[in-house]
Design a binder for this molecule. Structure first.
Ligand code: ADP
Ligand code: MG
Ligand code: MG
Length: 888
C-alpha cells in the first residue's frame, strides 16, 4: 500500500528532517525538523520537489498516482485532527505553501484558508462562535485563491475592500464587522465570476488540486526566475508544496501573527529578541506591510506565556541550526504555533558579528563559522558608501532603518522604469508605497529603495538586506502618486520622477536632492576577527591588481600580499608622456626611437620606484606594455581631414603629411587580435628593453636607498608560442646584466608570462620551460576562449543568453569552469609536470570572485590577484576554498 521509496512523492511532516531540503524544500524540511523537535507545528504533509519537476517536464500533467498519495495523507491528517476538509460542521482548513530547496522569500505562492466554501463557512462560524473571523477567513481565501490560482487581478479585490471601508467610514480591516465581511464575500465571489466566467469553486478537493498546481507553476513565474538568476539558483530544482492545517491569528485580541529573528539582522546583536507582530491578523499582513506592525518585545505585555515560549523556542532553534534563525509564528487564542524557520538573511555587519559572537559563545568553531556563517561576497557590503553629514543636510522625512548604506539617485516609481533607467546608466531610487515580489527586477536595478509602508520585515526590507541595497521603509509622511509622477512629503516637498533624492538606510532618513556620499570605514573589529581566521585557514595567497602607488597602499591596508598585476599602459597616457609615446611609435629611424625611449624611461623609473616603495619587499608583477596601439596614435580621420584641407588651401601641413602614411600602416582591422602584447615587444625590442631597464633600475635604487629589496616579477603579455617567450627572455636577461653592472647591485627578479590565449594553455608545458611563473589572465582568456568580446557581449547578447538559460552566469564575473576553467586546470597540470615549482596565479576580475576563487583553490593555484576593494573578500573566499566549501 505505501509507495516505494523511489516513487514516494508525499511525506508527512513527521517523516522528514532538516537534511531533506533537496526533496522537501527548505520550508518542508524545516517544518519537519521542528515537528521532530517536538515544537508546536500544525500537522501536514509535503509534496516533493521531484513531483514538481515531473509535473513541469511532463506537459504540466499531474504525475500518475500523486492524487491517490495526496488523498491518503489528507485522510490521515483529517483522522488526526478530527476535522474534514470542507466539512459543513467542523471544517479542516489548510494552507498550501510553496517551498524550494533554496530560500526564495516571497517569490512563489502560498494560499491560506483553503477548504472554506459557502457551506463550511457557517460551520466555522458556529464552531468558533465567531462569525466575523469565519467571513474574514473566507474573503481572504477568495482573494488569495483568485490572485494566485485563478489569475484575477489582486487590485479588483483590494479596491472592493477599500470601497467598503470608505462606505463604513473606517480605516482598518479589523474595524469591519461580521455582516460587512459576509457582504464582502459576496462581492468577491461576484468579482471572481465576472473575471473568470465561472463561479468560485466550492468543492474543497478541486480547490486543493488547483492550488497545488498553482504552486508548481509558480516555480516558473517571472519573479521566481529573476530571483534565481540573481542568486544563481539552478532552474531545475523545483518547489515542494506543503499542505498544512491552518491555525488562526485572526480570531481576536488573544491571537496574533508575526516574524522574528533570533538576533538583530542589521546589527547582529544578540539579546532582546527582534521582530514584529500584529494582533488579530493573518501571516501575510505582516510581510505585506498593510498595517505597520508592533515590535516583538511588546508581545510580552499582550501575551506573556506565548511570548516566553517563543523566546525559548527561538533559542532551541538557534542551537539546533547553529545559525541565526528567521521564524514565522502564529498565536491562536494564546497558543503558540511555529510555522517556519530558516537561516535568516542579514546585513554584512550582522553576518560578521553573529559569526564572531557564536564562536565566542561556544556554539561552533571558527572553521564551521567560516563556512556556514560567512558569505565572502557580502563582505563588500561593508564597503558601501555612507552619507556625508558634515554639511548637516535637512532630513525631509524619517522611516524605518530597513537596510544599511546610503544611496542617491533619481526617483522612479515602477520596477520597469527602474530597470530602464539603470540600463541607461542612471542611479535610481525606487520609490513605492510597498514592494511586492513583482517588483524584484526593479529592486535589483535600483541603488536604493524607499517605501511609505512596511517595517523591517516588509518585503522591501528583507529583499534589500539580502542584496545589500540601502533601503528606508515605512516613511508614513511620504505620499507616492505614481499617476501624477511625483512624491510629496507633508506639504513641504514635491519630488518629480527623474529628480534626485538621497536615502540613508543606516539611519532611516530621507533627503531631497543629491547628497555627497563618503567612502566606507574599512576597520570593522568583527571583520578583523573573521579575517584572522581566514588567514589561518587559507593556503592561497591574495595579491592585488594595482597600477599606482596609491592603489598599492590601499590594497595593503586590505591585506594584499603583493601585486599580481601592475599594468604599464596607463603610465604612457599622461599628457607629459603621450608625445614621447607617439614619437616612439612613429619613429622613422633609430635615433628618433632612442630619443623617445630615453624620455619614457625616465618617467617609468619614477613610476616603479613609487610602487616598490609602497610594497616594501612584497612581490610585484609588472606586465610589459600590452597596448591598444591605436589609442596612442593621432586620429586617422583627423589626419585625413588635415591633408584634404592642405590640398584645398595649398597651405602645406608637413606633420600630417608624415604622420598619415605611418598611421595608415599601423591601423589594424581588428586591434584586439592585432599587434598586441609580446608581438609589439618583438617588433620593437627596444621598447621592452627600456621598460625592463626602468623596472630593474628602480628596484636597485629602492634597495640602495631604503635597504628593502623589492621582489620583481617581469611578465610578458599575450604569449602563444614558446619561442616568443624564449626570444624576449634573452633580451631581459641581457638588460638585467647591464643594469646590475651599472647600479653596482642586483635584485631578485623572475620572468614569467600571462596565459591568456587558448594556445598558450594548450602548450603550457612548452611555455613553462621559459617561465618562472604563469599568471592566468582570465579576462582575455575568457574573451579568446569563448570568442566573446566583453564589451559587445555585455551590452548586446549576454543578457539574452542569461534570460534564455543558455548561460547560467556572466562568464566575465564567474569563471566558465567547463571551458576556461578547464584550460586553466590543464595548463597548470602540464606546467607543473615540467617545472614542479613554477608559481601559478590568476589576475583578472575572477581573482576577486568567491565562486571562481573556490575553483582556483580546488585546482591548486598559488595565488589570486584582484582589485584592492576585493582583497578582503578574496581572503575569506580563499579560506573557504581551503576548507572545501563555498560558504553561506
Ligand atoms: P512565504 O514563503 O512567502 O513566507 P509561507 O508559506 O511561509 O509563504 O506563508 C506566508 C504566511 O502565511 C506565513 O508566514 C504564515 O504566517 C501564514 N501561514 C502559512 N501557513 C499557515 C498555516 N497553516 N496556519 C496559519 N498561517 C499560515
Ligand atoms: Mg514564510
Ligand atoms: Mg590581456
Amino acid at each position: 500500500m505505501s509507495a516505494t521509496a523511489a516513487s514516494k512523492r508525499v511525506y508527512d511532516f513527521s517523516e522528514g528532517s532538516r537534511d531533506m531540503r533537496m526533496l522537501l524544500g527548505g520550508k518542508g524540511a524545516n517544518v519537519a525538523e521542528m515537528t521532530r523537535l517536538g515544537l508546536p507545528v500544525p500537522g501536514g504533509f509535503t509534496i516533493t520537489t521531484r513531483a514538481c519537476i515531473d509535473y513541469l517536464s511532463d506537459g504540466h500533467a499531474m504525475p500518475r498516482g500523486l492524487d491517490e498519495e495526496i488523498t491518503r495523507h489528507l485522510e490521515a491528517l483529517e483522522a488526526r485532527t478530527g476535522k474534514r476538509l470542507g466539512d459543513h460542521d467542523d471544517p479542516l482548513l489548510v494552507s498550501v505553501r510553496s517551498g524550494a530547496p533554496e530560500s526564495m522569500p516571497g517569490m512563489m505562492d502560498t494560499v491560506l484558508n483553503l477548504g472554506i466554501n459557502d457551506d463550511s463557512v457557517e460551520g466555522l462560524a458556529r464552531r468558533t462562535h465567531n462569525a466575523r473571523f469565519a467571513y474574514d477567513s473566507y474573503r481572504r481565501f477568495i482573494q488569495m485563491f483568485g490572485d494566485v490560482v485563478a489569475g484575477v487581478e489582486r487590485k479588483s479585490f483590494e479596491d472592493a475592500l477599500s470601497e467598503l471601508k470608505a462606505a463604513r467610514g473606517v480605516e482598518q480591516d479589523v474595524e469591519l464587522g461580521a455582516e460587512d465581511l459576509r457582504g464582502l464575500v459576496e462581492t468577491f465571489k461576484a468579482i471572481y465570476r465576472t473575471e473568470k466566467g465561472e463561479d468560485f469553486p466550492q468543492e474543497p478537493r478541486v480547490q486543493l488540486n488547483a492550488a497545488i498546481r498553482a504552486v508548481f507553476e509558480s516555480w516558473d513565474n517571472r519573479r521566481a526566475r529573476d530571483y534565481r538568476r540573481v542568486h544563481r539558483i539552478p532552474d531545475d530544482l523545483g518547489t515542494a508544496v506543503n499542505v498544512q492545517q491552518m491555525v488562526f491569528g485572526n480570531t481576536g485580541p488573544r491571537s496574533a501573527t508575526g516574524v522574528a529573528f533570533t538576533r538583530n539582522n542589521t546589527t547582529g546583536e544578540a539579546g532582546e529578541p527582534f521582530g514584529e507582530f500584529l494582533i488579530n491578523a493573518q501571516g501575510e499582513d505582516v510581510v505585506a506591510g498593510i498595517r505597520t506592525p508592533e515590535p516583538l518585545v511588546e508581545l510580552r505585555q499582550h501575551l506573556p506565556e506565548a511570548y516566553a515560549q517563543l523566546v525559548r523556542t527561538m533559542t532551541l532553534l538557534e542551537k539546533t541550526y547553529r545559525n541565526m534563525q528567521d521564524v514565522e509564528f502564529t498565536i491562536e487564542d494564546g497558543q503558540l504555533y511555529m510555522l517556519q524557520t530558516r537561516n535568516g538573511m542579514r546585513s554584512a555587519e550582522a553576518m560578521l558579528r553573529i559569526a564572531v559572537d557564536m564562536v565566542d559563545e561556544g556554539l561552533l568553531a571558527p572553521g564551521e563559522a567560516m563556512t556556514s556563517l560567512v558569505a565572502a561576497d557580502q563582505v563588500r557590503q561593508l564597503l558601501l558608501p555612507r552619507l556625508d553629514l558634515s554639511a548637516s543636510p535637512v532630513v525631509a522625512a524619517t522611516g524605518v532603518q530597513a537596510s544599511p548604506g546610503a544611496a542617491t539617485g533619481i526617483v522612479v516609481f515602477s520596477a520597469d522604469e527602474a530597470e530602464r533607467q539603470a540600463r541607461a546608466g542612471e542611479s535610481v531610487i525606487l520609490v513605492r508605497d510597498e514592494t511586492t515580489p513583482d517588483d524584484f527586477h526593479g529592486m535589483v536595478a535600483a541603488k536604493g529603495i524607499l517605501t511609505s509602508r512596511g517595517g523591517k520585515t516588509s518585503h522591501a526590507a528583507i529583499v534589500a538586506v539580502g542584496m545589500g541595497t540601502p533601503a528606508v521603509t515605512g516613511v508614513t509622511e511620504l505620499v507616492v502618486d505614481e499617476a501624477a509622477g511625483a512624491l510629496t512629503i507633508r506639504d513641504e516637498y514635491t519630488v518629480r520622477e527623474g529628480e534626485w533624492i538621497t536615502i540613508d538606510g543606516a539611519r532611516g532618513t530621507v533627503y531631497v536632492g543629491q547628497l555627497p556620499l563618503l567612502p566606507p570605514d574599512p576597520h570593522n573589529p568583527y571583520l578583523e576577527r573573521v579575517l584572522t581566521w581566514a588567514d589561518a585557514f587559507r593556503t592561497m595567497k591574495v595579491r592585488t591588481n594595482a597600477d599606482t602607488p596609491e592603489d598599492a597602499r590601499k590594497a595593503r591596508e586590505f591585506g594584499a600580499e603583493g601585486i599580481g598585476l601592475c599594468r604599464t599602459e596607463h603610465m604612457f597616457g599622461g599628457e607629459d608622456r603621450l608625445p614621447h609615446v607617439q614619437a616612439m611609435i612613429m619613429a622613422e629611424d633609430t635615433a628618433d626611437l632612442v630619443e623617445s625611449l630615453d624620455a619614457l624611461r625616465r618617467f617609468q623609473i619614477e613610476d616603479f620606484v613609487g610602487i616598490f616603495e609602497a610594497m616594501e619587499g612584497l612581490p610585484v608583477t609588472i606586465r610589459l606594455l600590452d597596448p591598444p596601439l591605436h589609442e596612442f596614435l593621432p586620429d586617422y580621420t583627423d589626419l585625413r581631414i588635415r591633408m584634404a584641407r592642405a590640398e584645398a588651401t595649398g597651405i602645406p601641413d608637413p606633420e600630417a603629411a608624415t604622420q598619415l602614411p605611418r598611421v595608415e600602416r599601423l591601423k589594424e582591422v581588428n586591434p584586439m587580435l592585432g599587434t598586441r602584447g609580446c608581438r609589439l615587444g618583438i617588433e620593437i625590442p627596444d621598447l621592452y628593453r627600456m621598460q625592463v631597464a626602468a623596472v630593474l633600475t628602480a628596484a636597485c635604487d629602492v634597495k640602495n636607498r631604503t635597504g628593502v629589496e623589492p621582489i620583481v616579477e617581469i611578465m610578458i603579455p599575450l604569449v602563444g608560442f614558446e619561442d616568443e617567450l624564449r626570444w624576449l627572455r634573452e633580451h631581459i636577461l641581457d638588460v638585467a646584466e647591464s643594469v646590475f653592472d651599472e647600479q653596482g647591485t642586483s635584485v631578485e627578479y623572475h620572468v614569467g608570462t600571462m596565459i591568456e590565449l587558448p594556445r598558450a594553455a594548450l602548450v603550457a608545458d612548452e611555455i613553462a620551460r621559459q617561465a618562472d611563473f604563469f599568471s592566468f589572465g582570465t579576462n582575455d582568456l575568457t574573451q579568446t576562449t569563448l570568442g566573446f568580446s566583453r564589451d559587445d557581449a555585455e551590452t548586446k547578447f549576454l543578457g539574452d543568453y542569461l534570460a534564455k538559460g543558455i548561460l547560467r552566469s556572466n562568464p566575465f564575473e564567474h569563471v566558465d569552469r567547463a571551458g576556461v576553467g578547464q584550460l586553466v586546470r590543464m595548463a597548470s597540470e602540464s606546467a607543473r609536470e615540467v617545472k614542479p615549482k613554477i608559481k601559478l596565479g590568476v589576475c583578472g576580475e575572477h581573482g576577486g570572485d568567491p565562486d571562481s576563487i573556490h575553483f582556483f583553490g580546488a585546482i591548486g593555484l598559488d595565488y589570486v590577484s584582484c582589485s584592492p576593494y576585493r582583497v578582503q573578500t578574496a581572503r575569506i573566499a580563499a579560506a573557504q576554498a581551503a576548507l572545501g566549501t563555498r560558504g553561506g
